[in-house]
Structure formats: C-alpha cells, structure tokens
Design a binder for this molecule. Structure first.
Ligand code: ZN
Length: 531
C-alpha cells in the first residue's frame, strides 16, 4: 500500500523565537537549523528577514540544507504596490527556497488592525503570492486567526485561503493563532476547507493555549491537511506551538498514522529524537522537561515494585512504545517501597549484572533504604546511585581526599560605601602525595565551594574541564529545628551526558559538598580517569 506523504514544517527559529526568555544568536540559529535538518523536517522557517539584524543576516546568504529554508514576512501593505513596499522587497530578496506570508483572514482584524477593506486584503494576498512566485520561490500563506475568522465570517476566511490557492501558493496554512480552537472544531473546519482546496495543499499551525496543539494538529490531519507546523519541544509564544517532538514519534510509531502516512524523518533520525530535544534545551540553558512525552527522563520510568518486576519480565506490559525507538531508555526507580527487582533492573541498566540472590544485592538494597530514610532520593539521582552500587563492589577508584574546606561569608561595605556580601571558599585536597590548596570567590557560599573544589584537581584536572553544573536544587525536609537539607545537582559534560547527584545533611553546605563530590567522582569514573 502506498502511503501518503505528510510534510513537517518547523518554525522553532521564527515562532519559537517568540518564547519568553529565548534569544537566539545567529550561531544558535545555524546550530538549530542543523539539528532540524538532521531530524528530517521538510521546511525550516528560519526567521523574518528585515525584522531584526540576526534574521537579516541569516538570509543574507544561502544556507545549504536538505530542508527547504523558509523566510517569513507579511503580504504587501494596503495601498502599496509590491515593488513599493520595502518589507516585501526585503522578503523577496532573502536567500530562501520558500516564502511564508502571513495574512489576516478574519474580517474583523482586516478592518480594525489593518484598517483596510476586505477586497484590498484579498488583493494584497494575490499580489504577494504572485510576486514571490515570479521570484521563483515556493509560496505558503499563513491564514492568521483562521478558525476565529471562519466562525465569524466563513465566506471571507475561505476567500482569503482560496485567493492564495488560486494564485498558485503551494500551501495554504490554517492558523489557530490564539490557540483557542478545540479538536472537534478544527476537524470540522479543516474538513470544510478541504472540500474547496485539496488537502495536500493545506497545512495546520496550532498553538497550545488549551494544551491541545498536538491534538489539533492530528485533528487537522484526519480531516485532510497534509502539512503540520510546529516547533521543537513546543517552543513558542505564550503556551507554545504544537510540539513536533511529540508529533513525530506518534506519526512514526502509531499504526493509525504510520500505516497511512510517510514523513521525511527516518528510523535512525527518530532514534536521535531524545538527543535532539535535549540538545535544544542545552542550547537554551534549560533543564529538559523530565515529564515530556516520549523523550522525558520519566517517560519510561516506573516506580511501584510490582510494576518493576513485570517490566523486567516483559517490558511491553507497561510501555506504549519501546523507549529505544525515540532514543530514550527505560528507568526503574529505586525507592523505599521498591523491591529487589528494582535494584536488579537499575543495576542492569548501568551495566552491572548481579544474580538476584547475590548477598551484595541485599546489602545495596538495605543501604538504599537506610539512606532514603534519612532523606536521600536516588530515583532523582542516578549518578549517586551508580556510585553507591559501584563502591559496594569496589569499582570506584580512590581519586583524591579533601583534607579540609572552609567557606566564609562576609558582609561589609565596599570602597564606595555600598553594603555587599562576599563568599570565599578554601579547599585543601590531597591527590596521591600532592597537596593542593585552592581559593575561590563565588556569588554564594556553594558557588564559591564548587569553584574552589574544581579549580585544581592536579593530574585529574583535565578530566573535569568539560564538567558544568546545570541545575542546583535545595529542599528542606521535615521542617523545624530538626530540618534536613537535600541538595540535588544536575551536571553535564562535553559529551552532552547529564547526571544527577544528591547530598543530604542538616547543613546546606555539607549537603551541597556531598552532591558536588559525587558529581566530580562520577565524571572522573565515566571519563576513565586512572586511579
Ligand atoms: Zn504562530
């Protein structure tokens, strides 16, 4: 059976760039474009030439890619000709394979926001599509607020879409710009549009304001649309755009879609999905969403003891897909209520196979339970668990000793008479026979301690240069004067690996120190540093 081709249009670099707190540099944009190309999307909408210097320079030269590089911009302004509209001229001159115009398709917006007539807006759509085609570009028209426009004035919304189609636009994209449409509405309205314009010329652009952008995209496909627009990790303004990282595996792995449709993403690229998704977070300096469908660290994590033993026997009993298909892995959580099978499975995951009756398994389980009772949480600290297990088996080399450390916090007036707080740490370590003392100032006591600890590890220094702390979390357990502090640290390194370590103490500096030490020792071990 021949399958129909569905096209993926990524707008991470345009709509995704509207995300609160996201500011792409040109090199970020080029790196992300590379990731998207590796993934196999069909279109990469890279920005809005003329709107800002970064987007203008992106389109100043050809960016050779497998995907079609797409420039975004507005249709010609009302009352101007196409050659007399500087914005449109810049867009037509952009080095792009395709141009995606945005146009109003809601009569109310045409009158109020654009302050023009409905006919002039239609003429602007036709003229702009024609001009871009004359330049040899593939043309897309984003019909802004299409679903609201359709509900308000069906005939006019359809006229806008039809104008672009009749003029030869490759795609007419129906946008749920404010994200308020619901799946059954999208399915019905897209179905109506597809009676007028063939579905293989219709696209969907959904926003996530009711958390249904992905569902709305699938509703549109069921109704006949054959292009899906979205972003990596659902980036985008307000609540984000449709998340391609969720859409792609559903298209590839759920027979309802995979039997009918084909996309440009290969099996191999799908297997790199988790890495690509986390790579984007890396670039944005964000901790990946642990609960993200398919690619989140918890997406295939199971806690209860009874489930864990079943998963070891037959993973299919509890998983909707095999985690490896999307580059993720199964994770069994070691926790208080967990049984022996959890520990065994976790050991297997880190490559240590022990017999279930091995007395060391019992010892490890007891140790984990004891530590969890005083506040440790190993399900969120995979690296600390691995160290605990390997230490029990004598597999962790003794790299160095911390002879002592001293952290000092001082509040005083500076030379300008301003009140300032300064933190300084001194760490004395012993590597073999070598004694090393490091001093560092930090923005807080833990930061100072971290900097001093990693400043000079002697012969091991080269192994930890790529180590970076990406997250630091403090939690006070069982409050009051008996309060215990739990510190969770997330680290990453030059290979893109992430790991988490935990420290617990009545004292926040001690708890942080323990978690920092585990992170460093884990990094040394994983880099194969010699004892
Ligand atoms: Zn949008």
């Amino acid at each position: 059976m021949t399958r129909e081709r569905l096209f993926l249009f990524d707008t991470t670099l345009r709509d995704g760039a509207q995300t609160n707190g996201v500011d792409f540099t040109l090199s970020d944009k080029l790196a992300i474009a590379g990731m998207l190309d590796e993934l196999g999307v069909d279109y990469v909408e890279a920005g809005y030439p003329g709107a800002n210097p970064i987007d203008t320079s992106f389109f100043a030269e050809r960016r050779p890619m497998r995907a079609r590089v797409t420039a975004f911009g507005m249709t010609r302004r009302p009352g101007r000709s196409t050659s007399n509209d500087p914005g449109l001229v810049a867009l037509l001159d952009a080095q792009a394979d395709a141009i995606c115009f945005v146009a109003k398709s809601w009569d109310y917006h045409v009158r109020i926001a654009l302050e023009t007539t409905e006919d002039e807006n239609l003429a602007s759509i036709r003229d702009s599509v024609r001009a871009a085609k004359a330049k040899g570009r593939e043309v897309l028209l984003d019909c802004e607020h299409f679903f609201d426009g359709y509900k308000a004035n069906l005939a006019y919304a359809l006229a806008c879409a039809k104008a672009a189609y009749d003029e030869g636009a490759r795609w007419v994209v129906l946008c749920d710009t404010n994200g308020g449409a619901l799946p059954h509405e999208v399915e019905r309205i897209v179905g109506e549009v597809c009676k007028l314009i063939p579905g293989d010329r219709v696209g969907i652009h959904a926003h996530n304001d009711t958390e249904q952008a992905v569902a709305n995209s699938f509703a549109a496909i069921r109704a006949g649309a054959r292009q899906i627009q979205g972003t990596l990790n659902g980036l985008g303004e307000r609540c984000g755009n449709a998340n391609l990282v969720s859409i792609i595996p559903t298209l590839k792995l759920k027979p309802e879609y995979s039997d009918k449709f084909e996309i440009g993403v290969s099996e191999a690229a799908l297997g790199r999905l988790a890495r690509i998704s986390h790579g984007l977070d890396e670039l944005l300096n964000r901790a990946p969403d642990r609960h993200a469908p398919y690619v989140g660290e918890s997406a295939f994590a199971t806690k209860a003891g009874i489930h864990a033993s079943a998963i070891v026997k037959e993973p299919k009993t509890y998983e909707h897909i095999a985690p490896e298909r999307v580059g993720n892995k199964r994770k069994l959580l070691v926790s208080d209520q967990a049984g022996r099978s959890n520990v065994l499975a976790e050991l297997e995951r880190i490559g240590m196979s022990l017999d279930k009756d091995d007395p060391r398994v019992t010892r490890l389980l007891d140790e984990v339970k004891e530590r969890e009772a005083i506040g440790y949480a190993y399900e969120a600290a995979d690296a600390s668990f691995e160290l605990l297990a390997r230490r029990m088996l004598g597999q962790v080399p003794h790299y160095f000793d911390v002879e002592k450390f001293d952290v000092n916090v001082e509040q005083r007036n500076n030379a300008k008479g301003q009140r300032i707080t300064v933190s300084q740490a001194v760490v004395k370590i012993k590597v073999g026979d070598e004694e090393l003392i490091s001093v560092a100032e930090g923005i807080g006591p833990v930061n100072a301690l971290d900097l001093a600890l990693r400043k000079d590890l002697g012969k091991y220094q080269s192994f930890i240069t790529g180590l970076t702390l990406t997250d630091y979390r403090v939690r006070i357990l069982n409050g009051g004067t008996q309060a215990v502090t739990r510190v969770l640290i997330e680290s990453t390194d030059e290979t893109g690996d992430h790991w988490r370590t935990v420290g617990v103490s009545a004292n926040i500096i001690d708890a942080s120190f323990a978690a920092l030490m585990d992170s460093i020792v884990y990094k040394l071990m994983k880099s194969g540093a010699p004892a």
